[in-house]
Design a protein around this ligand. Structure first.
Ligand code: AMP
Ligand code: ZN
Length: 459
């Protein structure tokens, strides 16, 4: 059975064939770490993780790279506005220097990694800071310069989109909104409104370069890190749909013009946004929800993962608590039913497995794949042991952590975590206590605080 993905480069569902059959090479645009990730951002990584798991399920080895944007991303995805990391330092009242920028980045990256773990997202093969690859950015810009695609103006070195006739192939048919267009056009020295910065000068802080001190443009880091870890051409690039018109369009232009090879990436996969009350969730907006807040409302992060899987990745999802609580109830029902299947492990039922494969192969149709869970649980022709094996098999793609659920009475492991949590609470370390609660949830239990201490329930 062949995997098919909707490729935004061709705007068609295509059969997936990797460049190198031995290893699929995939790049996922990472977070800009001037603040916490919100649950909309996390949709990006649940999607990429599901995709990666699906590739593995179809027997491909996968190398996945996620960059951490800790420099150069301006408030607008184009080249205007303040640098987001600078904004982060100002917000936190820290002095503006490279060392503080790195410390800020490390703090939010650690929080990001915690979120990934809570969502049962597999650790990528490479998770690296953009600021560690400035030399690679400079070398790539030098290649572009040598090939005649750059020009210099007062505030930086720019890419000349006029010189690349295929510019914008990814965003064809997608209208950039006029606002963005006019903001891009603001810099009157640019030869063309779509031209974008490869290197921005900054006399106060920044990195040395052949053109003067400053920062690489945001887009160049993804080209440079993609090429460094995955080669001049690779298989899959993922990100949110907001990246199509500017960031990914520019990545293609600068990569192909530097290397002379096309396509830079064979399959471009983009997920839709998470909205709240009809508006895109944004770090700069009022509708900024963190995973931690869901936990404070007693929602298991895996219920958020489960809810996302109930929608297709190419469908916009509108966040509301009722929907999420519904997903949590369903997930608890699944955990309960899974535990009740007992200890024996049989073999995965091939009929259900084939159906599951068929749905996943169809551009990751997780909503349909999830219906098979309830179908098999009801099916009296399948033994409990085989049901268990089939659900575990599905979970290789769904990533709901069934393999971590425990049977029987409360295990020593859960009791030990509960005790550690009790100590954290006594010490008023509520962050740690919340994290331990999630660990308990992941193991299939719930902990309730009572006047005498706590009580543990199976979920
Ligand atoms: P950022 O941290 O802003 O660089 O974004 C990290 C990832 O989150 C990118 O792939 C964005 O496309 C994605 N993203 C941003 N906002 C949303 C949203 N509301 N829903 C889904 N994905 C989003
Ligand atoms: Zn990127």
């Amino acid at each position: 059975m062949a995997l098919k993905f909707y490729n935004n480069l061709t705007r068609e569902k295509e059969i997936f064939t990797p460049i190198d059959p031995k290893e699929v090479r995939m790049y996922t645009c990472g977070p800009t770490v001037y603040n916490y990730a919100h649950i909309g951002n996390l949709r990006s990584y649940v999607f990429a993780d599901t995709l990666r798991r699906a590739l593995k399920y179809f027997d491909y080895n996968v190398k996945q790279v996620i960059n951490i944007t800790d420099i150069g991303h301006l408030a607008s995805d184009a080249d205007s506005g303040d640098d987001k990391m600078t904004k982060g330092l100002l917000r936190e009242g820290k002095e503006l220097n490279l060392q503080n920028m790195r410390l800020l980045a490390e703090f939010y990256t650690d929080r990001f990694k915690e979120d990934l773990q809570k969502l049962n997202i597999l650790t990528p093969s490479v998770l690296a800071f953009a600021s560690d690859y400035i030399n690679e950015d400079v070398e790539l810009i030098q290649r572009l310069e040598k090939n005649g695609f750059t020009y210099k103006i007062t505030d930086g070195i720019y890419f000349d989109t006029e010189k690349f006739p295929e510019y914008g192939v990814l965003r064809n048919g997608i209208q950039k909104n006029e606002d963005e267009e006019s903001r891009i056009g603001l810099n009157s020295e640019k030869h063309n409104p779509a031209d974008f910065a490869l290197w921005k000068f900054d006399p106060k802080i920044g990195y040395p370069s052949p053109w003067g001190q400053g920062f690489p443009g945001w887009h160049i880091e993804c080209s440079a890190m993609g090429i460094k870890f995955l080669g001049e051409q690779f298989d899959i690039h993922t990100g949110g749909i907001d990246h199509i018109p500017v960031h990914h369009t520019n990545e293609i232009a600068q990569s192909e013009c530097a290397t002379g090879k096309s396509p830079f990436v064979k399959y471009w996969l983009h997920h839709e946004h998470l909205d709240m009350a009809g508006e895109k969730m944004a770090k700069s907006g009022d509708n900024f929800l963190r995973l931690k807040l869901l936990e404070e409302k007693n929602i298991n992060p895996l219920a958020y993962r489960f809810w996302l899987l109930m929608g297709n990745y190419r469908t916009k999802m509108n966040f509301n608590y009722e929907a999420l609580e519904g997903a949590q109830t369903a997930l608890k029902r699944l955990f309960r039913a899974y535990i009740d299947l007992g200890n024996d492990l049989g073999t995965a039922d091939s009929d259900y497995q084939n159906k599951f494969k068929e749905y996943i192969a169809d551009d990751l149709d997780t909503p349909k794949a999830l219906t098979l869970i309830w179908d098999i649980l009801k099916d009296e022709k399948v033994s409990n042991a085989d049901k268990k094996a089939t659900l575990l098999d599905f979970d290789k793609v769904l990533g709901l952590g069934l393999d971590k659920l425990k049977e029987d009475n409360i295990s020593d492991e859960v009791t030990a975590i509960a005790e550690e949590r009790e100590l954290a609470r006594k010490n008023k370390d509520f962050q740690k206590s919340d994290e331990l609660r999630v660990q308990i949830n992941i193991l299939g239990y719930e902990i309730k605080d009572i006047p005498e201490g706590y009580k543990i329930f199976k979920i």
